[in-house]
Design a protein around this ligand. Structure first.
Ligand code: SF4
Length: 375
């Protein structure tokens, strides 16, 4: 289960990373010096001190696409978590090398669905169901799981194209087996008006996931019992508290939030969608945002004439994303400057072959997709 158990119950008070100015100056100089060879990608949930060095900022999908586009740079330095760096390695050219500031920067959500466990459940479900099942994995999953999905005729999805990928899968199979995030899968299914009784959760450590054979046979969507420990912390009470204090507030939440939060939000969508919605709103708007605190703070700085609040009172930080620091980025650049590659993320060729199929399938399906609203 990896990081999943370590952080799932802990509410980490928000603590931003501030680095010594000398470290930041050294990064700037080395970045300039190595600019012909490197591109730095930064996820929205990284600290300001780190993301300021990113050539491109974005969510996991956008950054993977950028890794695929920037084929002239030998080194892709990915300031994000390990599954993102793996996706970049899968999609980038053979000569490119993907490096992560901290190899320990994992994603507890991805760690909920480890391949041996998923394979075991897949076999159990297929021993009961004789119709075609399409596996779909959220992009927040490890490369070997993407590979499993590619081998079994399924697709990756992101929070912005999940709806489109569900449509594609439902045209091809009788059931969707979705992992690792029960909330993204469930919120997508509910937005499609799939009857709740046809959506089942495969609970960990329960015989048949806690379901009867009949429930499995009738299910249209089978959800893995995983969640993002950051987004799960937002509660319905948070939405109600803000609505009471600011009657004109608009609540916008990431679809990794729980069902009640999404149901009671005005909008839901990927980080890209959240940024766009706030950007499009008039000055004076008030927003309650259900996503990671670094992005919420940054949005407030970007739009000082709007009021942008976290749904959470204490802030809500992704502690594994925050393992990447400017000091660790500097360490990578200093090593590269001395001809040494450290912290390279390498996906083995067999895994890469099938993971690429599932990622490319998603890219093809969602070619014309737009961010979806869940309400
Ligand atoms: S915010 Fe959630 S899904 Fe994203 S990296 Fe952190 S734990 Fe994983």
């Amino acid at each position: 289960m990896g990081n999943a158990t370590k952080y799932e119950n802990g509410v980490e008070p928000f603590k931003d990373i501030k680095s010594d100015i000398k470290v930041l100056e050294k990064i700037s100089k080395l970045k300039d010096k190595l600019s012909d060879k490197i591109i730095i990608l930064g996820h929205h949930y990284e600290s300001d001190d780190l993301i300021q060095f990113a050539d491109i900022r974005g969510d996991s999908f956008k950054l993977s696409q950028e890794a695929a586009k920037n084929k002239d740079k030998e080194f892709i330095i990915f300031c994000g978590v390990n599954f993102m760096a793996e996706s970049a390695d899968i999609i980038s050219s053979d000569f490119q090398k993907v490096i992560i500031p901290d190899v320990e920067a994992g994603c507890p959500l991805a760690d909920f669905a480890l391949l041996p466990n998923v394979e075991k459940v897949w076999n159990e479900i297929n021993s009961i169901v004789k119709q075609k099942i399409i596996p779909i994995t959220y992009i927040n999953s490890l490369a070997n799981l993407k590979s499993f999905v590619g081998k079994n005729g399924g697709s990756v999805c992101t929070s912005s194209n999940a709806s489109k990928i569900f449509d594609w899968a439902m045209e091809r199979g009788k059931k969707i087996f979705f992992f690792p995030d029960k909330y993204l899968g469930g919120n997508t299914a509910l937005a499609k008006k799939i009857d709740k009784k046809n959506i089942i959760l495969w609970k960990r450590n329960k015989k048949l996931g806690g379901n009867s054979k009949e429930e499995i046979l009738n299910a249209k969507i089978i959800l893995w019992d995983g969640y993002c420990s950051v987004h799960k912390r937002f509660k319905l009470e948070d939405v109600q508290r803000l609505r009471k204090k600011y009657p004109k507030i608009k609540i916008i939440s990431h679809p990794e939030c729980n069902f009640e939060v999404i149901k009671n939000s005005d909008e839901s969508g990927s980080t890209g969608h959240i940024i766009q919605a706030i950007d499009n709103s008039p000055d004076g708007s008030i927003w309650g945002v259900g996503t990671e605190q670094h992005l919420v703070n940054r949005l407030q700085e970007m739009y000082p004439k709007k009021k942008i609040l976290s749904l959470s009172k204490n802030g809500n930080q992704c502690v594994t994303m925050s393992k990447n620091t400017p000091e660790k980025l500097l360490n990578i650049l200093e090593n590269l400057n001395n001809g040494k590659i450290i912290n390279q993320v390498i996906v083995n060729d067999e895994v890469k072959k099938y993971a690429k199929i599932s990622l490319e399938r998603m890219i093809n399906i969602s070619a014309n997709s737009v961010n979806r609203r869940f309400k």
